[in-house]
Design a protein around this ligand. Structure first.
Ligand code: EPU
Length: 328
């Protein structure tokens, strides 16, 4: 059977996940072209084994060795069509933000500095500083590994919501390219409280965003982490009103359908856990929603984070959910 050139067995994934966890996969292949996609599809059809699609691994927690094939999405491409960008899933997201501004196409500046690849952006509907990728997606092209064919999803069909999309429940879909609709006019999005309210142009806005990020979020190249470890929980108005009686300073925002989004960082900090440690992992002193890890396994990280979930549940009656995907 013909396999793509770069096929490996018993492959350490340490350099393929931002927590630097040293687990291995039985097989590993980098998918660089459409031809590779079909070769990989044939391989999976014959072997009938499990598979995982990896971007840059900045939002995954490995639980153990992966018994199957890891497909590294390395499909490149960048083109401009009027106000739209068409980008390959294997490109680095922040390079694309930078390039879009160079092409005088605006909208992505508040999403500057988010680590990871383009393919991952619609899957978890990345968002930061009052902006989400779903605000810009025209369509997402995918390869369906169950069917062996391409499938295109319109923005509506992506079913986007807070850190969620149709792709999260359909791991057989590998994002191959995305099309983003941008604007030739820079309209500054400055609602986020810490952003300067006067901004000259989009490049300055990008600089401001990168500056805020560097103050709050540790660089995973230096301190292994996955950004926010939990989602901000969504609760009902009734639950919020009860909480406010006991915790008048609780940080929350109005969300859709009369619900409220509560700051998970606030809950963790106010449970006294910011800066706490267990073994080789712990919670950042810079931001209570960022867990760091210096171990080659995720044992302590997962056991400590589940202790944190229990503490938050006991104190506030709220169940935190992991933001990154846990792979096993
Ligand atoms: N806060 C604390 N303690 C802290 C940090 C924050 O109490 O240690 C409180 C503050 O009141 C602050 C509020 O939490 O005003 C919100 O903090 P921040 O603005 O940093 O945002 P976040 O809700 O913690 C979310 C996203 C981030 C994104 C920022 C900025 C999620 C899970 N996280 O974090 O996304 O960068 O907003 O918009 O929605 C990621 O997804 O990995 C990520 C980093």
């Amino acid at each position: 059977m013909k396999l793509p050139k770069n096929f490996n067995t018993n492959y350490s994934l340490k350099e393929n996940n931002s927590l630097k966890l040293n687990y291995a996969s039985d097989y590993f292949v980098s998918c660089n072209s459409e031809k590779d996609l079909f070769l990989i599809y044939d391989f999976l059809e014959e072997k009938k084994i499990k598979y995982w699609i990896f971007g840059d691994g900045t939002n995954v927690i490995l639980k153990n060795n992966l018994k199957g094939l890891v497909i590294k999405n390395n499909l490149k491409g960048f083109s401009v069509n009027g106000n739209s960008l068409i980008v390959g899933a294997g490109e680095i997201w922040d390079d694309i933000v930078f390039e879009s501004l160079n092409k005088n196409l605006y909208g992505l500046e508040n999403l500057s500095g988010i680590p990871g690849s383009v393919g991952a952006t619609p899957i978890q509907n990345i968002g930061a500083y009052g902006s989400e990728i779903s605000n810009f997606v025209n369509y997402v092209e995918t390869f369906n590994f169950n069917k062996g064919c391409f499938e295109v999803f319109s923005n509506k069909a992506c079913n986007f919501s807070y850190r969620d999309s149709i792709f999260k429940d359909n791991p057989c879909l590998m994002v191959t390219k995305i099309c983003l609709d941008l604007s030739q006019e820079f309209k500054p999005n400055i609602h986020y409280e810490a952003l300067p309210k006067i901004v000259k142009n989009a490049k300055e806005q990008r600089k401001n965003i990168l500056n805020i990020r560097s103050q709050k979020l540790p660089d995973h190249q230096k301190i292994p982490n996955v950004g926010s470890f939990f989602k901000n929980p969504i609760i009902s108005g009734t639950q919020l009103r009860r909480l406010v009686l006991d915790f008048p300073d609780i940080k929350y925002y109005l969300f859709e359908d009369k619900n409220f989004k509560v700051s998970a960082a606030w809950l963790i900090e106010n449970a006294g856990l910011k800066g706490s440690k267990k073994g080789d992992c712990g919670i950042s002193k810079k931001h209570a929603l960022v867990f760091y890890n210096y171990s080659e396994t995720s044992d302590f990280l997962l056991s400590y984070s589940s202790e944190v979930i229990d503490i938050i549940k006991d104190k506030f009656g709220i169940i935190l959910e992991y933001e990154p995907s846990i792979l096993c």
